[in-house]
Design a protein. Structure first.
Length: 343
């Protein structure tokens, strides 16, 4: 029996290796579209969340909840469509897999039309069950966050639309700057716009971490095909961290629902480098990311601009006053002429 399992694992490993090599240009990239039926590896129940959710009572095996999170028969709602709400769910089992794939099925929807926020985060983090300002999760975290930013604040040097998906790798020392949509610390300087809100169907995100490369795919068109969002090599993440998801609302709001989370362990054949065997002790780091820089407030309106505006207002008021005076004079002259004719 053990020999049969070993043969099967070797077979899957060879298939995955052939697939990655034959469909990539540098060993780290994957094709823009992949079928949802491809072989993904070994399904890990202890890191997954599928219906029916409940175990005994209101608990869900392997998962804990924070904030406003509530469990229903069809979804787990992190935040309701109400202002100033924070919610999260966290896996209670540390991840021991070196290479893995995470598929998240979700539904973000609301009734506010083009005004919505704030967004969600998918975590692979050392810290768990901590509520914070980064889409419901902890700032200055240790690990990786995939951010689904739905709130467009029109700040910063970026010109992307929302919802916007990006990532950040943090060693616990960097701040996520909401006012700049995280562009100061964005992984690889890459991201993508994804119209995932208010769909009549569930949308999905695939996060693949294989051979120290992070690749994010989306399926928001209900075509059962994955479209690449971004891919960044040179990402070193330790084992032993936790998966999680969180969401937040501010002055604007949305329902943020998790429908399912499925985790697969990937067996990838590699040549181990010296010192690479102990992945529990390494510090999260990325070879390519936007260099951290200080937050600079948007410049206030210049004094000269304010003076110009005041001058224009004053000129307009003077013009109105002159018109009123001229009108009164003309009216008085007409009245005098009318009286002379009458007498």
């Amino acid at each position: 029996m053990r020999s049969l399992i070993a043969v099967r694992r070797l077979f899957y490993s060879i298939l995955l290796t052939i697939f990655l090599v034959s469909h990539s240009t540098n060993g780290n990239e994957l094709p823009e579209f992949t079928s949802v039926s491809e072989i993904r590896g070994y399904f890990k129940r202890e890191h997954s969340l599928i219906k029916p959710y409940q175990g005994s009572g209101m608990t869900v095996p392997y998962w804990d909840f924070t904030g406003t999170t509530m469990v229903t028969n069809q979804y787990i709602r992190l935040t309701p469509n109400q202002q100033s709400r924070l919610g999260g769910l966290w896996n209670s089992v540390p991840v021991k897999s070196r290479d893995w794939e995470l598929v998240i099925t979700l539904n973000v929807h609301g009734t506010t039309g083009d005004l919505f926020g704030d967004g969600m985060a998918i975590w692979y983090s050392k810290e768990r069950n901590q509520v914070g300002d980064v889409f419901g999760g902890k700032d200055y975290f240790t690990g990786m966050g995939i951010f689904l930013d739905t709130y467009s604040n029109h700040n910063g040097p970026h010109n992307h639309a929302h919802p916007y998906i990006s990532a950040m790798v943090n060693n616990g020392t960097m701040h996520y700057d909401h006012d700049r949509d995280g562009t100061h610390t964005q992984l690889g300087g890459k991201g993508c716009t994804s119209r995932l809100r208010n769909k009549d169907y569930e949308t999905s995100i695939l996060i693949r971490y294989v051979d120290d490369a992070i690749t994010v795919y989306t399926d928001v068109d209900n075509k059962h095909q994955w479209q690449m969002c971004f891919s960044v090599p040179g990402v070193r993440l330790p084992t032993g961290y936790f998966f999680g998801a969180s969401a937040a609302t501010g002055e604007l709001s949305d329902n943020h629902d998790i429908v399912a989370i499925k985790m697969y362990e990937i067996e990838f054949t590699r040549t181990e480098k010296q010192g690479e065997t102990d992945r529990d002790s390494i510090v999260p780091q990325a070879q390519f990311y936007s260099a951290p820089r200080d937050h600079i407030e948007d410049p206030p309106p210049s004094r000269l601009g304010g003076m110009k505006t005041g001058l224009l207002v004053a000129v307009a008021l003077i013009g109105v006053a002159i018109c009123l005076i001229v009108g009164v004079v003309i009216l008085q002259k007409r009245q005098e002429t009318s009286r002379k004719r009458f007498y």
